[in-house]
Design a protein around this ligand. Sequence first.
Ligand code: COA
Length: 698
Amino acid sequence: MENIKYLFEPRSIAVIGASQDTTKIGYKVFENIVLSGYQHKVYPINPRGGEILGISVFKSLEDVNENIDIACIVIPSKLVFDAVKSCAKKGVKIALIITSGFSEIGNIEEERKIATYARDHELRILGPNIFGIYSSAASLNATFGTRDVRPGNVAIITQSGALGASMIGKTAVENIGISAMVSVGNKSDIDESDLLEYLITQGMTKIVFMYIEGVREGERLIRVLNEATKKKPVVVIKSGRSEKGAIAVASHTGSLAGTDAVFDAIIRQSGVLRAESIQDAFDWCKFLSNNPLPVGEHTVIITNGGGGGVMTADACEKYGVSLYGDIPALGRIFSDVIPDFGSTKNPIDLTGQATSLEFDDALNSALKADNIHAVMTLISEVAGFDTENMYGFIDKYTNQYKSQRKPILFSCFGGDKIESCIKTCSAEGLPVFGDVYEAVSCLGGMYAYYNYLANRSDEVAIADIMVESIEDIITKVIKDKRKFLLANEARDVMKAAHIPIPKSHIARSLDEVVRYSEQIGYPVVMKIVSRDIVHKSDAGGVALDLENPDEVIDAYQAIIQSCKSYNPNAKIEGIDVSEMARPGTEFIVGARRDKSFGPIVMFGLGGIYVEVMKDITFRAFPLSRNEVMNMIKEIKSYPLLLGVRGESKKDIDGIVDIIIKLGTVIQKCKNISDIEINPLLAYEQGEGVKALDIRIIL
Ligand code: COA
């Protein structure tokens, strides 16, 4: 962290491979540094010597007598290792390897060799395969992109160099002020977590935008994101939503936990705003960095057109913006300023005959009202509205609202004058949009962050489970050279985790089958126990709903017979006799150790259609009880838990407990990779839940 500061505020720079040839990247990087206004020493390094832009070239790094904080390396890949060695020898703090031709094309060994050498010699590496860094704190542009950058308060970290380079130009066009833009490339050493950790502390950065393609140290990234979002909003675009093959398909939890689904859930859990497109990301960054967070959630729409108002209300629903619905209160605030044929219900409709004066009245009333916290203003081009002075109008209210911590956004629709006003306003950083959806998406981003801050909690829920008993079971399975637990072992794990399961016993004879059935109470279920028979139903190894001793005896004989003919070599360990659980609503609960993000938990609609419905959700573990509740509410089938068509509410607390218990098992028992209950039967509130089928994989 200490050294990362020098990346953003170096006190001296060397460019290894600075060239006189103006077409070369080595010239461009040097030129950008010199002409971007960087105030400290820049040393061009090139064995040919000479001068570039009037500055004497050093033939080698050793020839420079001063200390060097960062060195930009712009020479062919086969020469980079030697350059890195000379940087380490010189005591350079960070080497920025712009050169391509390493792990991204399979040249993994060379990259590893460089990274290891650098680590051993306390030299940090940014890259390789990067376009450089822009840092407004040092008026530094050490990239080979455009010099047309507008300084400001948005920091951008990008894994794609080309996208980053073009984003520099694009942010200038969009008038987005940049505090820093860093390309991380192949991340052989410095990665987005290192940079984010620093940027949280950097005063001028108000928001961070990250473009990510792949995550290596997921657990660390989550930790850093959790810290970052406490202080600043973070917007992320992650490409590569469908990463086939990277997923272990040993269990539902595994196959359903497509890396993107997990990534998505986890970064949202960390308060990150995930954007789908660069345009959304830019819009959010611009809006959130220019406007203070609101003090409450009540939003009103003020419009001079009914259609636009309805569309905006739709957009608000889509982006999770809550419209203020206290009709009498709205009547008190707006009735004096709305014509009789208008509407004081939200949307507040000033009607098509509204002039700028009516807008003035309505916006002033909303500004004064303590119970209104944000305003979406829609202006459709109508004869009465003064489009000539629209810029002044928007500027005035934006500033007045800002001083009261009330976000106000404008969506304007019409001809040339309106369009040119939108452009001018947007260039000045005023929140004016052509499309209501674009505007509401910004407000939605702001409220997503607001709600995260309002509800975030550092409390984590860990269950009290019998870890040693579980470890004993696991040790036996490992000794037995198995990667999965048998049904009775899985049930013992459930008992040790205090998870309710149907009463059951393993019977090894006909006598025992009858005795256990009597003990458990009819009806009972019987299942074959054999490690050689995985699909029990296919083998005729299951009998349900057995009501009396005769049915039990018949079923016993039928099961043994059909399993023997299904697989004559199968070793039959016994017959599992268990209580026939009464029907409940079926859910799936799982936990697994994700390759990148560590322990995660899953919840969703269970039963045999799990993979078809894919109505599931994930979270990183541990988490607060409150967050487990949010997770449960997130699935589409959540209304089933509240009870539909006269059913009563289900035992949601019981489900929360199970999720926390499975997460705790995964967190504490390192040999377990996947644990899953499907179905978990949920009964009525107060009547608990029951784990019917359990799968545990090592
Ligand atoms: N120290 C200093 N300078 C050295 C050197 C050394 N050890 N060895 C060679 N040089 C000089 C060369 O003499 C040359 O200078 P010159 O023009 O005065 O002759 C300069 O360094 C560059 O070397 P050159 O062989 O001409 O390479 P290049 O400019 O054609 O390509 C890269 C170098 C780094 C640009 C190229 O290898 C590359 O990786 N390009 C892709 C960059 C990229 O896209 N990065 C990712 C962006 S997202």
